[in-house]
Design a protein around this ligand. Structure first.
Ligand SMILES: [Zn+2]
Length: 167
């Protein structure tokens, strides 16, 4: 039987007055939004702490992953990575803000997916100064700034040609 890497048994914690237990999972995911995709390599790592609470478990820690975004301005793909803090409540009898505990097992997948995807920018931009692409001509304003590419049209262009080359 293949056991999901997201399933964690919490029978040692549930309803007990015991210290928090660290849980680290390292897993390949294929989660994506329209402009962003979590990369399979390196795998996503969640470094968590499970603390028993009355009726449930508090899970907190951080999730680290690499993500490929498509810049919404210039449509260039770029990769970003890092870690973000996460926290979630798991309950045997879950209220609206909690995830369920099935028997003595927590399924981390919905929690990690929600937290990871919510942490992504809805409209990723490769850098704040990205000027984007003029779609009608395909000119990339980052590499072809208008009116500044050469001295073409400048009266000094002729003079420049007459100067001896520098060595
Ligand atoms: Zn861009």
């Amino acid at each position: 039987m293949i056991r999901s890497p997201f399933l964690v048994d919490v029978s040692d914690l549930l309803g007990r007055d015991v210290p928090a237990r660290p849980v680290v999972i390292d897993v390949v995911v294929d989660w994506a939004l329209e402009m962003s995709k979590i990369l399979a390599d390196p795998p996503l790592v969640a470094d968590l702490s499970f603390s028993p609470l009355p009726g449930g478990i508090l899970v907190r820690g951080e999730v680290c992953y690499a993500v490929e975004h498509t810049c919404r301005r210039c449509l260039t793909d770029f990769i970003d990575d890092g870690c973000s803090p996460i926290a979630g409540l798991f309950e045997v009898d879950p209220g609206e803000a909690a995830y369920p505990i099935e028997g003595t097992t927590i399924d981390l997948e919905p929690f990690l997916r929600d937290e990871t995807l919510l942490g992504l920018p809805l409209l990723p931009v490769c850098e704040e100064s990205c000027e984007g692409v003029v779609t009608t001509t395909g000119i990339d304003l980052n590499t072809d700034p208008p009116g500044d590419s050469d001295a073409t049209g400048s009266p000094f262009a002729v003079l420049r040609d007459l100067l001896p080359p520098e060595d």
